[in-house]
Design a binder for this molecule. Structure first.
Ligand code: TYD
Ligand code: MG
Length: 457
């Protein structure tokens, strides 16, 4: 390629183009192309090692491969181990994404503290904070061993050199957007820099058997800033999410080459760092009003874990022609759809009523199993009758007002029992799966009308 030639990268998905374009042909986003000098092909991650004669790795039989399962080691945090699929796999590359200030650096520093007790070398490399800042954070978290080494560096070549010299077992890179390679002239955080940097780290992890955690910032749209290509390159992608105003944080596995992605970890941000929340349901139901109308406890599944939470609705007569609706934590259109179902199937005049729906605790839910709880919360507020205490509700509502079965009904009922609930309103078709649970009254509802009959009694 000509000297000084440049290419254009979509800053959203990493699509590469020789010419500028208004809309990215790959991800259809507008105005995302930015010019970046093209990366020199000789050094870079994809071109990796220089070829020297015979290839190093010949083919082997599957039976000769050591799965290395037994070699996993714990992070010292049960919730994190669970999301990782049972602990850290040596030589893996883990991306931790999340909004700024959510607690990524805190989580990883805590992991470092735990690991430095058992491992001989842990290296924390920060490109964002000074050593003093890290020290201040560390002093809030607790005491640290000397096997944890810190470094403030953004030049990848230097990092690589230090890692090869010190041979730590775990390395933390905070964050990938601050790292740069000298050969690439575009700014740190640009698509080509982030991609090449990840490539270098990937090679380092695999060749040296070092586990590397990479912190990645998240854009407004909720994807890791810069390229999605990054997600394809790493072994495991974890997202750290939570409400700015609530102190709980959820760590969600989005991709995992060494385990299931159906797991979440729940943490609470406290004065002394992140604490694991062993019983999220109890935590979510904290502060639920007693005997108030418009409040219903629902059960949602977060991966394979049932979680109880409160759905709140406030319905009042509209002052203007057009009813106002708001939905927090749940899809706005879904709320409108369910209100239309109620209007049509139960002859309730919701077109004259404002409706405000909220999931307490700031969780965002997309599960259709929340429908029935939402419907009952709305009706409870409209009629101003509280749903009896100790009742939980789940089920999907269809357009004809039918209540449809949801998966993992038994787990949901068991969670309700664990927390001392005594009645469960659930889809009639799920009854068969649940059969009987001691101490729980099961009320199967075939239609929304059935479900409404069973509240308030
Ligand atoms: P941080 O880990 O710096 O977030 P990220 O690396 O994802 O940008 O999170 C810092 C936030 O957490 C900050 O708002 C302060 C808060 N925090 C606590 O509440 N308690 C603590 O013990 C620590 C270390 C931080
Ligand atoms: Mg940080």
């Amino acid at each position: 390629m000509k000297k000084g030639a440049s290419v254009f990268f979509c800053q959203n998905c990493g699509y590469e183009s020789a010419k500028w374009a208004g809309q990215c042909p790959a991800c259809r986003q507008w105005n995302t192309f930015a010019e970046e000098p093209s990366a020199p092909k000789a050094k870079g991650a994809s071109s990796g090692r220089k070829r020297t004669g015979e290839p190093k790795n010949g083919p082997v039989s599957l039976s000769d491969v050591d799965a290395g399962e037994g070699k996993r080691f714990s992070t010292g945090m049960g919730e994190l181990d669970q999301v990782l699929g049972g602990g850290i796999v040596p030589g893996s590359l883990v991306l931790v994404g999340g909004d700024p200030g959510i607690g990524k650096s805190t989580l990883l520093l805590q992991v470092c503290r735990n690991l430095s007790r058992t491992l001989s070398g842990v290296l924390y490399i920060s490109g964002e904070e000074s050593l003093q800042q890290i020290k201040l954070r560390a002093s809030r978290i607790g005491t640290f061993q000397d096997t944890l080494r810190l470094m403030c560096e953004t030049c990848l070549a230097d990092i690589e050199e230090v890692v090869l010299r010190e041979k730590p077992q775990v390395v933390i890179i905070d964050s990938i957007q601050t790292m740069y390679q000298e050969e690439i002239s575009s700014a740190p955080g640009s698509v080509s820099q982030v991609r090449e940097a990840t490539g270098v780290l990937m090679r380092l992890a695999k060749e040296q058997g070092i586990t590397i955690f990479i912190v990645g910032h998240v854009t407004k749209e909720g994807t890791v800033a810069g390229p999605r290509v990054l997600e394809h390159m790493v072994d495991t992608v974890l997202y750290f999410e939570g409400d700015r105003h609530a102190s709980y944080r959820i760590l969600r596995g989005v991709k995992n080459r060494f385990g299931s992605t159906n797991e979440i970890g729940v943490f609470e941000m406290q004065e002394g760092g992140l604490k694991e929340v062993a019983n999220p349901s109890e935590y979510m139901l904290n502060g639920k009003p007693e005997g108030a109308s418009g409040s219903v406890v629902a059960c949602t599944m977060e991966g394979t874990r049932p979680m109880l939470l409160e759905v709140q609705a406030l319905v009042c007569r509209t002052n203007f022609g057009l009813p106002r609706r708001t939905a927090a934590g749940i899809d706005y259109n879904r709320v409108n759809l369910l209100l239309a179902v109620l209007e049509k199937r139960l002859n309730l005049p919701f077109s004259n009523y404002d409706a405000y729906v909220n999931i307490a605790g700031g969780l965002k839910l997309t599960e259709p199993a929340m429908d029935l709880a939402l419907v009952l919360a709305v009706i409870s507020s409209y009629k101003d009758i509280p749903v009896s205490e100790k009742t939980i509700v789940f089920g999907e509502v269809g357009l004809s007002g039918e209540v449809r079965a949801v998966n993992m009904a038994l787990q949901r009922v068991q969670e309700a029992k664990k927390l001392g609930f005594t009645r469960v309103i659930l889809p009639k078709s799920s009854l068969e799966q649940v059969k009987k649970v001691a101490g729980i009254e099961l009320l199967g509802a075939a239609t929304v009308r059935d479900a409404v009959k069973s509240i308030g009694s």
